[in-house]
Design a protein around this ligand. Structure first.
Ligand code: 5AD
Ligand code: SF4
Length: 472
């Protein structure tokens, strides 16, 4: 059962008081050292984590830390992901390296947060083997960073604060936006789907939707502050609002967001195919602001594997849904996530995955080798294929996906389209990078003053997954 988040204004005020106190302490420390104190923010994982990191960075900036990209900082915060085992391994690797920085700089503090910290075995391991970590917290209490820093400054030893779950949201705290012109907005937290391979429901808790009025107020404030594009974020946005006191559908929320004057583009992530309604398709098709892109994770093309994954749709259901979407929006870009080597996947099942990829023809697909997550139902299933077979399947899938993507992505060559200019091209500084409504990128000559504006760009050359263009 989804619970509604209670907005806790008192708590936000309390955190702001702590930030004021810390501001004084950090300023004093900085003065005695004769230099500003720096922070480095490292983020693994999905868009939800990226959003949380912006909140953490907002708090650190408010109390007086200055951003640096170097991990040799006075405050290092690592926001972790645990969706696959190698995400965890990367964190342990980094932690080992950080020890030497901490030896050099006695003022250094290391904080860990995010999904991985919601696993008790992980926290035990860090307590035992990585004692140079100062602060550990989880996914439910990101807003408390200032309080945890204060506690660490006042007492010796690791500060650990992990919540099993929560029915609260603390809003209206500082957030450091990565881009002035676009921003992610949480519309819900957690997940109720329990796909059998996935650890997210265990580390992010049950679904909790934010009230539409809070979401709309946040977006209006962002727009007043220069934001032209929002990404509505949730683990499964299609089940947004079902259990609010006054239930509302995701499609209806989109309709209301669309009304916000000054907002130009709306994106959202992630959609579960089983909950994608015809109402949503209709709202998207009629909209001038909702971008022509849907990320629709399929995970597998085999109905049997989908059942074992607890995805609650069949191969046919998915293909049917894609047909309905394409009938309403022929120009839509579809992207997906696919897992290869799920325990019950046989060669025949894998062929079904290749088949669905060929039928849907995705613009791009994130492909993953199945990773066993302790505590999930799939972890108890016996593997049908060995590692080498799975790796071979993965390579076959990847080349299929890439070949199709190259063809489908190039379909707009020669057209002139509206793009939002997002920045200077990292490879070639004479070029700007703009994003099309369908999420593809185009690089074209231009001045950096255009960043954050919309431009008409002719897509002169398709280069696989991006375009080269010129301003019109
Ligand atoms: N192993 C491999 N991939 C996984 N994902 C989620 N859990 C696992 C796992 N145990 C993938 C899914 C999901 C994406 C975010 O990560 O494809 O859509
Ligand atoms: Fe994980 Fe499935 Fe929830 Fe996505 S919908 S977060 S894959 S349990």
């Amino acid at each position: 059962m989804e619970t509604q988040y209670n907005t806790n204004e008192q708590e936000a005020a309390r955190q702001k008081e702590i930030m004021e106190r810390l501001k004084v302490r950090i300023a004093a420390l900085s003065e005695s050292l004769g230099r500003p104190l720096t922070y480095c923010s490292v983020c693994f994982g999905c868009q939800m984590n990226a959003k949380d990191s912006e909140k953490l960075e907002g708090i650190l900036e408010t109390i007086g830390y200055v951003r640096t990209e170097s991990e040799e900082a006075d405050f290092l915060i690592m926001n972790t992901c645990t969706v696959r085992e190698n995400a965890n391994l990367r964190v342990y690797g980094r932690l080992g390296q950080l020890k030497k920085y901490k030896k050099k700089n006695p003022n250094m503090m290391i904080a860990l947060c995010g999904c991985m910290m919601q696993e008790s075995l992980v926290v035990e391991k860090i307590k035992q083997s990585y004692r140079h970590v100062d602060i550990i917290f989880g996914t439910h209490n990101v807003f408390k960073l200032a309080e945890l820093i204060e506690r660490r400054l006042d007492a010796k030893g690791m500060v650990i604060d992990i919540w099993e779950g929560t029915d609260e949201i603390v809003e209206d705290l500082p957030s450091e936006r990565k881009y002035p012109f676009k921003c992610g907005v949480n519309i819900m937290f957690g997940c109720n789907n329990f796909c059998s391979y996935c650890i997210v429901p265990y580390v992010r808790g049950r679904e909790r939707s934010r009230k539409p009025e809070d979401i709309l107020a946040e977006i209006r404030a962002l727009v007043a502050d220069g934001v032209v594009e929002v990404m509505l974020l949730g683990q499964n946005v299609n089940s947004y609002g079902k259990n609010l006191e006054h239930p509302i559908s995701f499609a209806e929320l989109l309709r209301q967001v669309e009304q916000i004057e000054g907002l130009r583009r709306i994106r959202f992530m992630t959609s579960h195919p089983k909950d994608l309604s015809d109402e949503l398709i209709a709202v998207m098709a009629a909209s001038t602001k909702i971008c022509r892109h849907l990320h629709l994770p399929v995970q597998s093309g085999s109905t049997k594997v989908l059942k074992d994954m607890n995805r609650r749709y069949t191969k046919e259901d998915y293909l049917n849904l894609v047909s309905r979407i394409r009938a309403a929006m022929p120009d839509i870009s579809l992207t997906t996530d696919i897992i290869v080597g799920f325990p019950t996947e046989t060669e025949k099942d894998f062929e079904d995955t290749l088949d669905i990829v060929r039928k849907v023809r995705y613009d791009s697909a994130f492909t993953f080798i199945y990773s066993k997550r302790t505590g999930t139902p799939a972890a108890a299933m016996e593997a049908a294929a060995d590692e080498e077979t799975v790796k071979k399947r993965f390579d076959r899938l990847l080349s299929e996906v890439q070949e199709i993507a190259k063809e489908t992505c190039g379909r707009y060559q020669g057209e002139t389209v509206e793009v939002l200019v997002e920045g200077v091209d990292e490879q070639d500084h004479r070029l700007l990078t703009g994003r099309l409504s369908n999420n593809l990128l185009v690089h074209f000559p231009g001045e950096k003053e255009l960043i954050g504006t919309f431009q008409q760009v002719k897509l002169t050359e398709a280069r696989g997954f991006y375009y080269i263009g010129e301003r019109k």
